[in-house]
Design a protein around this ligand. Structure first.
Ligand SMILES: O=C(O)CCC(=O)C(=O)O
Ligand SMILES: [Fe+2]
Length: 318
């Protein structure tokens, strides 16, 4: 079984309705799909791969070799530990790029900052297009999701949706039976756009009780939806469990960009998706509480790798 692949360029043209319908199925039944012909230039994607690999090699690898996962695994294998698995940590080198942390972006790799700035601007536009497709498929006004993700703040900078880019590498692991690349979870936020390695696999999603690979496709962008899209859609678009395996060979690159609500945004199921008369007939047709996204993130920080439903109960309702 393979993750569905959507030719995004077909959204303009004769095959628009067919493509919209395919994306609707992806969102309702898969929670994960891959976009090809998404409009991000090959040239830019090639430059992103280059700077990400160079950055890993020159700025990150030395640190990873002496990192917590490496040391914990060593201890476990040398039997200084009682455990049979390294359970509390992932076999991943990771850092985050945001609008606010430019000063902390890697600065020693030529072209890294410029290229990633350009990439993030393009990806943000793509995220907005993808959300507009979801608006349309859900029968919501154009821009609904993006609007729901902003607001709530007192100052302008607190008002806008959050857009973060997580640059990861999953280096080859000597004992992949003892540690996860990234433990299974659903994503907390909105829409996630992943530029994964062309060759090294490892990402899997849980589909009907079975883990299946997200097959690498050169220069495709993998889309998945997080817990907040599940809430806004009142459960129609469920966030899906996924994980990354540690593998003995290859250094997997993965660049995940998260389009999330602002911390102050108030999230609740879209009224349009909870018809009035049904609300009266069957009270629990509103499946999710109304809450502040920042409060959800506090719960998520504690419970990321646990079942997701209790998070919706634990978050403070407003
Ligand atoms: O690295 C990947 O492919 C997935 C990363 C991921 O699931 C995450 O950062 O939430
Ligand atoms: Fe994830």
């Amino acid at each position: 079984m393979a993750i569905p692949v959507i030719d995004f360029s077909k959204l303009s043209g004769d095959e628009r309705s067919k493509t919209l319908a395919q994306i609707a199925i992806c969102c309702e039944e898969w929670g994960f799909f891959q976009l090809i012909n998404h409009g991000i230039s090959e040239d830019l994607l090639e430059r992103v791969k280059k700077v990400a690999s160079e950055c890993y090699k020159f700025e990150r690898q030395p640190g990873f070799e002496n990192s917590k996962p490496v040391n914990l695994l060593k201890e476990l294998v040398e039997k200084k530990s009682e455990e049979s698995l390294v359970e509390s940590i992932d076999w991943e080198d990771v850092f985050l790029l945001t609008e606010e942390n430019h000063d902390e972006w890697p600065s020693k790799t030529p072209g890294f900052k410029e290229t990633m700035r350009e990439y993030r601007a393009e990806l943000k536009k793509l995220a907005i297009k993808v959300m507009e497709v979801m608006d349309e498929n859900l029968g919501l006004p154009k821009g609904y999701i993006n609007k729901a993700f902003s607001g709530g703040g007192e100052k302008e900078e607190e008002d806008s949706a959050f857009f973060g880019t997580k640059v990861s590498h999953y280096p080859p692991c000597p004992r992949p039976d003892k540690v996860n690349g990234l433990r299974a979870h659903t994503d907390a936020g909105g829409v996630i756009l992943l530029f994964q390695d062309d060759e090294v696999s490892g990402l899997q999603i849980l589909k009907d009780g079975v883990w299946i690979d997200v097959q690498p496709i050169k220069n495709a962008i993998v889309i998945n939806t997080g817990d907040q899209i599940e809430v806004l859609s009142n459960g129609k678009y469920k966030s899906v469990w996924h994980r990354v395996l540690a593998l003995p060979e290859g250094n997997r690159r993965s660049i995940a960009s998260f389009y999330n609500p602002s911390f102050k945004a108030i999230i609740e199921p879209a009224k349009e998706l909870v018809p009035e008369e049904k609300k009266i007939q069957v009270e629990n047709l509103v499946k999710y509480p109304k809450f502040v996204f920042g409060d959800y993130m506090s719960v998520y920080a504690e419970q990321k790798f646990l079942p997701k439903e209790p998070r919706f109960q634990a978050v403070k309702a407003v």
